[in-house]
Design a protein around this ligand. Sequence first.
Ligand SMILES: NC(=O)c1ccc[n+]([C@@H]2O[C@H](COP(=O)([O-])OP(=O)(O)OC[C@H]3O[C@@H](n4cnc5c(N)ncnc54)[C@H](OP(=O)(O)O)[C@@H]3O)[C@@H](O)[C@H]2O)c1
Length: 288
Amino acid sequence: MTRRLPTATHPLTALVTGASSGIGAELATALAARGCDVVLVARRRDRLEALARRLSGLGVRAHALPCDLTDEAARRDLPHVVADLGLEVSILCNGAGVGFAGEFVTVPDEHRTAVLRLNVEATVDLCGHFVPAMVRRRSGAVLTVCSMLSFVPMPRMATYAATKAALLSFTEALHDELRPHGVAVTALCPGTVPTEFMELAGLGPAIGRMPAWALDDARQVAERGLDALARNRRVVVPSALYRTSVASARLLPRAALFGLLRRGSPFPARWPGASGVQARETAALSAP
Ligand SMILES: NC(=O)c1ccc[n+]([C@@H]2O[C@H](COP(=O)([O-])OP(=O)(O)OC[C@H]3O[C@@H](n4cnc5c(N)ncnc54)[C@H](OP(=O)(O)O)[C@@H]3O)[C@@H](O)[C@H]2O)c1
């Protein structure tokens, strides 16, 4: 890590949300490989503990802290649990996120609310819990996983895209506010990454039809995000393909953009249903 990340003599601690799978698990792995102690947060305890065991093998301390981040009281407890472990969070990676594809009226209320609570409320709240201490120490770093959809309003994924646009706006503003305080803040905006997110979102079949070159690799996304954070880049779109897509989408007049999206949307018109979500909820609840 370069000068932009904390330089304390004791090992740095990174708290990573969404560490039980996908990009979050890769962020935690990459941070541990770079010598950080890691605190792993998500709901599925068994996944977190298995990753913690694996990362301990790299010679760092890795702690599994199961937490439902949509639960405000559980979020409020997190900093105390971390402090009780004798840890000080120097790097916060906001990786946890969900989204559901389908026209707005086909997605059940409770799922739309979960998207808002997890993607926006929990991320802003966790920054509120951990950033003030970074400012006091005049060192720290925050990486928030946004999306290519942070740049584009997306019919059939309207709520998710809106949450990611909000996160990008929040992250860019924090980047500017915290720069004078020695705290790095970066928005990581991946394209399409084949993770469990896609199945849960109802996008499994769409991903299956995409050529391999159009898919981002979760490990590479994580590495590029951390490299950008180390340089305190405001925003990073980790692949050239999606950098071009974002630039084109920003240049196109909205009417033309929506015309293209109407004709070629990869997203289903109806949300395909709750089976994947229920399977994960069950896994999260039944984890010992
Ligand atoms: N995959 C993509 O194409 C893509 C593209 C752009 C951006 N992103 C973003 O990347 C981030 C990571 O997604 P991913 O693709 O790696 O998907 P993923 O493998 O499904 O990871 C999502 C993570 O969020 C956690 N999570 C879900 N609900 C939670 C809750 N209530 N409390 C705590 N943790 C919760 C999940 O763990 P538990 O279920 O164990 O709680 C999991 O660790 C998300 O913010 C997503 O929006 C993904």
